[in-house]
Design a protein around this ligand. Structure first.
Ligand SMILES: [Zn+2]
Length: 185
C-alpha cells in the first residue's frame, strides 16, 4: 500500500499538468453523451482550456499578490537567470506547498460545478459545458492530490491562505542566493 502511494505521488508530481490535460480530454468525451452532435475537436479544445486556465492563478500569485513570498522570489530568480528547467522542477516539487492561491477554494469548486450545470441543463451550450466541467475537474484533481500527498486538503480550500510555505521549500541546484530565500511576508 505504502509503495503504491509512493508510486502515485511520484507520477502525480512528474505529470501534474499532463494529467490536467488528459482530464480535459476525458471531459470532452463525457460531454458528447449530452451533446452527440457537437464537434469533438472543439469539445477537446474547450476541455483542455478549462483544465488549464485555473492555474493561471499561479502566475497572478507569482507576479502580483504573492510576489514577495519566498516561493515567488525563487521562481522569479530562476526565470531571470534563464534557468527554466530548474524553475519547472522547482515548481513541480513545491507548488502544492503553496497555500496562497486565492482561486483554489471550496466556493470556486461549487461555482464551477454550478456553471457546468447551468450551461448543460439551462443553456444547452456544449462548449461552455465542457469548459466548466473541465474547470471543476481541475479543482477535484488538485484536491485529490492534496489527499494523496498530505492525507488532508490544504488550508486554502477552506479560505486559509498563507504566503509562507507549509514546509521548507526544496530548491534544485544551482541554489538561489540566501538574500532571495529570506523574504517571508
Ligand atoms: Zn490548480
Amino acid at each position: 500500500m505504502r509503495r503504491a502511494v509512493r508510486y502515485l505521488r511520484q507520477k502525480s508530481e512528474a505529470y501534474h499538468t499532463t494529467i490536467h490535460i488528459l482530464l480535459g480530454i476525458i471531459c470532452a468525451y463525457f460531454t458528447t453523451s449530452f451533446f452527440p452532435d457537437a464537434p469533438l475537436g472543439w469539445l477537446i479544445f474547450y476541455g483542455i482550456l478549462g483544465s488549464l486556465l485555473p492555474d493561471l492563478d499561479h502566475a497572478l500569485f507569482i507576479f502580483f499578490y504573492g510576489r514577495k513570498s519566498e516561493y515567488s522570489q525563487i521562481v522569479k530568480y530562476f526565470l531571470k537567470n534563464k534557468k527554466i528547467r530548474f524553475m519547472i522542477s522547482f515548481m513541480k516539487k513545491n507548488h502544492k506547498h503553496n497555500t496562497g492561491l486565492y482561486s483554489h477554494n471550496i466556493l470556486s469548486v461549487f461555482m464551477a460545478a454550478a456553471a457546468f450545470w447551468y450551461f448543460e441543463v439551462v443553456r444547452d451550450r456544449p462548449s461552455l459545458t465542457v469548459f466548466f466541467l473541465a474547470w471543476t475537474f481541475h479543482y477535484l484533481f488538485d484536491l485529490a492530490e492534496d489527499l494523496l500527498f498530505f492525507k488532508r486538503v490544504n488550508p486554502n480550500w477552506y479560505f486559509k491562505f498563507s504566503k509562507t510555505p507549509k514546509r521548507p521549500l526544496s530548491v534544485a541546484p544551482p541554489d538561489v542566493p540566501s538574500k532571495t530565500r529570506s523574504t517571508p511576508e
